[in-house]
Structure formats: structure tokens, C-alpha cells
Design a protein around this ligand. Structure first.
Ligand code: SF4
Length: 97
């Protein structure tokens, strides 16, 4: 039986959120330990929309398959600046050297 438009839309959204989670993890973003400033919370919310609307899903998947832990996000990721900003504020799982 064919999927409903609802199932198709939810499936596409879940696929993108999986890519987003993988991107945050491989680039070393960690947001559990400290309170996140409101401005960053807004950016995090926007990153969900950016990811859902991103036209680079295939390139993202390919990049994620090869990326090493701690790699900076790729230039084509619309969430690149947000990820780098969050990490620069100390929300990272990387150990300072
Ligand atoms: S490249 Fe696109 S799909 Fe991949 S994490 Fe960034 S915004 Fe999401």
C-alpha cells in the first residue's frame, strides 16, 4: 500500500533530523552540561528548519560517512555557522588541549 502524504512527510522529516543529529555528533557539539543562552536556543530551533529545507541531503550523507570525529562542518551545511558558534561557546564534547 502506498504511503500517505503524512507518512511521507514525517519520514522525510525524521531522515533529516537523523542527518542533523549525526552532524552535531561528528562535529563535536554537546549541549547537555550548561544552560544554553536564549539566542542560541533560537539558532538551534532555526537549524531544524534549515536542515529540513536543505538541498544538500545526499552530499551530507556522503560527507558524514567519511567525516572524522571533531571535523568542522562542511561549507555546504546551512547550519555550519551555528555549529561553530555553539562550539566556540564551549558546548562541545571535545577536550581542551
Ligand atoms: S548539510 Fe543539510 S542535511 Fe546535512 S546537517 Fe547540514 S543542514 Fe542538515
Amino acid at each position: 500500500m502506498a504511503k500517505s502524504i503524512f507518512e511521507t512527510t514525517i519520514g522525510a522529516f525524521e531522515d533529516r533530523m537523523m542527518l542533523r543529529r549525526r552532524m552535531l555528533k561528528v562535529t563535536g557539539v554537546e549541549m547537555k552540561k550548561r544552560r544554553i543562552p536564549e539566542v542560541i536556543e533560537d539558532e538551534i530551533r532555526d537549524s531544524i528548519i534549515n536542515c529540513y529545507e536543505c538541498k544538500s541531503g545526499d552530499a551530507c550523507m556522503t560527507w558524514l560517512e567519511k567525516a572524522e570525529k571533531g571535523a568542522p562542518p562542511p561549507e555546504f551545511c546551512p547550519n555550519r555557522d551555528t555549529i561553530l558558534r555553539i562550539k566556540s561557546m564551549g558546548h562541545t564534547d571535545e577536550i581542551e588541549k
